[in-house]
Design a protein around this ligand. Structure first.
Ligand code: B12
Length: 216
C-alpha cells in the first residue's frame, strides 16, 4: 500500500476539529493505515505542532487543551478499540502499570505511549496523573505487574521518579518489576542515576520494554 497522507489528520489536530479528526482517523483505518502509524505520523505529529506553537506564544492554552482533548477522544473511542480488535488472539506481552508522578498533570505523552503499548500487545493499567509513589506501589502489587512506567514533565517532579526507584528497592520489588521512566524531565543519564530504564518516545518505549522484559 502507498504511504498514507497524514496531512489532513495533522491539520484536524492543530485546528482542534473533533468531528474532522474522528472522520480522518476512520478514513485512514478504512484505507489500510495501521494504528501505530496513525498515532505517530498523524496525531502525534499534530500535537507536536500544537505544543511548539504554544511554546512560541502563537497558541493559547485553550488551543492546547482542545487539541489534547480531541486526541484523547480519538484514541479512546476509535484507535484503542481497533487495536484491541486486531490483536484479539494475541497473548499479552506483560502487565505494565503506568502513571504520571505526583505533582504533575501532563498526560498527553503518556496517553500516546499507552496507545503504542496497547498496539504492541501489552496489558496496561493506567493509574492517571498526579499519582503518589505509594499508589504506584499498591497497583504494582495488586496486578502483579511485570513493569512500571513513570512519566514526569517538570524538573521538580522528576524527583518523584527517583522516589519511586527508592520505593521499589525498599519494597524488594526492583528485581521482579522492571522500571522505565520518560517525559521531557527525564533523560538517559537521569534514568541511569536512579537505576531505571529510559525511552525517549512512544516508538522507543515498546522496544525498550521488550528488551528489559526479555521478549524477542
Ligand atoms: C501540554 C503542556 C501542558 C498542559 C498539559 C495538558 C495535559 N493534559 O497533558 C498544561 C497546560 C496543563 C500544562 C501545565 C503546566 N506546564 Co506544561 N507543557 C505542555 C507542553 C507544551 C507540551 C507537553 C506535551 O503534551 N507534549 C506532547 C507529547 C506527545 O510529548 P511528551 O509529553 O514529551 O511525551 C513523549 C515523551 O516524553 C515520552 N513519554 C512521555 N511520558 C512517558 C512515560 C514513559 C514511562 C515513557 C517511557 C516515555 C514517556 O513519549 C511521549 C510520546 O512520544 C510542554 C512543552 C514541552 N516541550 O514538552 C510544557 C511543559 C512540560 N510545561 C511546563 C510547565 C512549567 C508547566 C506548568 C508549571 C505551567 C504553569 N506555570 O502553570 C504547569 C504544571 C502543571 C502540573 N502541575 O503538572 C514546562 C516544564 C519546565 C520544567 N523544566 O519543569 C514545559 C517544558 C514548557 C516550558 N518549556 O516551559 N502544560
Amino acid at each position: 500500500m502507498a504511504e498514507f497522507d497524514y496531512e489532513e489528520m495533522i491539520n484536524k489536530v492543530v485546528d482542534a476539529d473533533e468531528q474532522g479528526l474522528m472522520n480522518a482517523v476512520k478514513n485512514a483505518l478504512n484505507l489500510g493505515a495501521n494504528p501505530s502509524d496513525i498515532i505517530m505520523k498523524g496525531i502525534g505529529a499534530g500535537l507536536k505542532i500544537v505544543g511548539d506553537r504554544y511554546e512560541r506564544g502563537e497558541f493559547w492554552l485553550t488551543n492546547l487543551v482542545s487539541s489534547a482533548d480531541i486526541v484523547q477522544k480519538a484514541l479512546k473511542e476509535i484507535i484503542e478499540p481497533e487495536i484491541v480488535r486486531r490483536k484479539e488472539v494475541r497473548k499479552s506481552l506483560g502487565k505494565i502499570v503506568i502513571g504520571t508522578v505526583e505533582g504533575d498533570v501532563h498526560d498527553i505523552g503518556k496517553s500516546i505511549v499507552i496507545a503504542m503499548l496497547v498496539a504492541e500487545g501489552f496489558e496496561i493499567f493506567d493509574i492517571g496523573t498526579d499519582v503518589p509513589t505509594k499508589a504506584f506501589i499498591d497497583k504494582i502489587k495488586e496486578v502483579n505487574a511485570d513493569a512500571v512506567g513513570a512519566s514526569a514533565m517538570l524538573t521538580t517532579t522528576a524527583l518523584k521518579q527517583k522516589e519511586l526507584a527508592d520505593a521499589l528497592k525498599k519494597e524488594g520489588l526492583i528485581r521482579k518489576v522492571q522500571y522505565i521512566v520518560g517525559g521531557v524531565a527525564a533523560s538517559k543519564e537521569w534514568a541511569e542515576e536512579i537505576g531505571a530504564s529510559y525511552a525517549v518516545d512512544s516508538v522507543e518505549t515498546p522496544k525498550v520494554l521488550k528488551k528489559i522484559l526479555g521478549i524477542s
